[in-house]
Write a protein that binds this ligand. Sequence first.
Ligand code: 3H9
Length: 698
Amino acid sequence: MSVVNFKNIDDICLIEINNPPVNAISAEVRKGLLKVVIELEKNKKIKAVIICAPNRTFLAGADIREFGKNVDGPILSDICNRLERLDKIVIASLHGTPLGGGLEVAMACHYRIATPNTKVGLPEVLLGIIPGAGGTQRLPRLAGITVGLEMMLTGKHVPAKEAKNNGIIDEIIDNDDTVSNGLEVAKRLISNNSRPLATCLRNEKFVNTEETKISIEKIKQKFALKHKNLFSPHAIIQSLEDGLNLTFENAVQNERKLFADCIKSHQREGLIHAFFSERAVNKIPELKLGKPKTIKKIGVIGGGTMGTGISMAALNSGFSVVMIEQDQNGLDKAFEKIVGTYDRNINLGRMSNNDKDSILNNFKGDTDLNTLSDRDLIIEAVFEEMEVKKDVFKKLNSICSNETILATNTSYLNVNEIAEVVSSPDRVLGLHFFSPANIMKLLEIVVAEKTSNHTVATAFSLAKNLKKIPVRSGVCDGFIGNRILSKYLVAIYHMVEDGASIYDIDRVIREFGCAMGPFQVIDLAGGDIGWATRKRKAPYRDSNDRYVEIPDRICERGWFGQKTGKGYYLYGKNVPFLTPNPEIEKICEEERNRAGIKPKKFTDEEILNKYISSLVLEGIKILEEKISIRPSDIDVVYINGYGFPRWRGGPMNYADKIGLKNILKHIETYEKEDPRFWKCPELLKKLVANNTLFRDLN
Ligand code: 3H9
């Protein structure tokens, strides 16, 4: 069976596309589609054409694996234009997720029908490209310039009802059979002698007026900050703006040129790497061997920031949650925080009072751990102290059945040690959520020595239900994310003690594309957190390791960042954003003097090289120790948990891009200055010697 099949039923031609899993428009699909279109151009009997894809979804877009490769085959844009020019009524019968090129094919058809659950969108911007098959010209003609631009600049998936209201879909049919829907509508349109107007000819919503200019300007301003480092959003706006002054044919050609520029860009490569990496996280050995258990009832121990965030994440996905706190006061505070978050969402129009009530119906707070005896899964989020955690797990061991999965939300502690206190450690694992846990997508799934395949499979299935991106990590201090974070923070403090300015470091890392500089992050999270970790580790610290005391001096003054109004920056009602704390530089100078260091100047390039090299250095060690299965998992952690620019594809992908040879050269140079900290991993030397990349290990 070919990927594109067609049959004529009387005067109707039914085209069915079948390219699993998501009917991506590969070269084969384009060839098949063009062949049918050429047949139809010659056929005088056929009056209507239906395009559908009766498996999982209508075409979900171009086959993005082909981007950047030399692939033969007709251009989708040309096929769309020929389809639109056919002298028959062309109907797209949609279901699933007609996205990108899929929606572009549909918009080139003369009439669009959809099942109620269909979601449409042009998500190209998320991949660093622009719609390249007429999307920037046809969408605004159907939905208007403002709606069209918003859709293209956010990449959001629009539900059928909304798509119908704004003119993208003509009819919603409450029947999942897209073939019979298509046939019914085709027969009706033929018998009514209707001939819907081709999209390219609809100009009423696509006019170049003063009002249009103002609307576009408003949208540019709205997205300016979000898109400041990106290339493709500006190309989308340009394509649309240019189109207002060009004929449709020329506008589509212009769009192709802009599309080609995007395809060549590093941003496209980085974003597509991120897309596939986020799907690769699920390819782990345990999922082949383990069978997920059904989880309905969740227990959360601890009502602090993490406990409330995890509870909301679970509640939002329909789980029943029991939260345990030490006393009623703790429970009241936690409940207040949860209700406050939902109330804010109601005020922002993101949910209704009814939604809030039904979510909170699934929530119960208690001070008695025994209440957790009926839970399928319990997540502990108590104080980050080994003995405290062990005590909780010992109690859970006697309260819950051997079937209950027990998870710790520790960020650093040894999950193997925690598991030892439980009679069946196969059901113990780490579920490391990131704060705020109801928002952040990343979930590190920490597999301990004795964690069973079933437990791991259950955790991955839970992550899917929570709409999180799970990444498998082995056990080590800080797992994947925090271990790398600890390393690069030390590298950064070394730089500061050597003479670099804290504010230059933050600026350079922001300019690189990170959401925030590391010192901003410390101020946001609270300097006391890192301080507590440093104190915990102090007894085990090797006296030969270089230790910079600057952050301790700052914490000793009670300056923990935003929550104390002072940290590396100053905070307050009338204090402008990113106002440096004027006393910090003095503390740095004193510490440099105390350590006998003669400060030197750092260029932006030196700062960036050291930052990236330290990230990659620890990433490689994590691979060598098999804490992470593949480099792309590290990328996913850094993009989704630590604000690393998605368009750079993550630190390991970025290292590939700038060349592992260069990373090796930097690390070997730094190793001469500080051989303990910068000891060069064998894996890096091997990769460079073999001329291979991290990508080859994925
Ligand atoms: C475009 O169309 C440009 C146009 O303007 C044309 C210009 C000429 N290609 O996500 P899932 C794979 S740009 C290749 O787990 P779900 C995916 O890797 C494109 N492969 O399923 C995975 O493979 P594996 C615009 C693709 O149900 C499998 O399909 N379109 C593509 O959670 C299942 O995917 C988009 O950006 C693709 N386009 O979600 C849509 N899409 O099993 C991107 C998916 O080996 N796709 N795969 O890991 C999506 O958003 C989601 O995949 C979708 C399904 C919502 C469709």
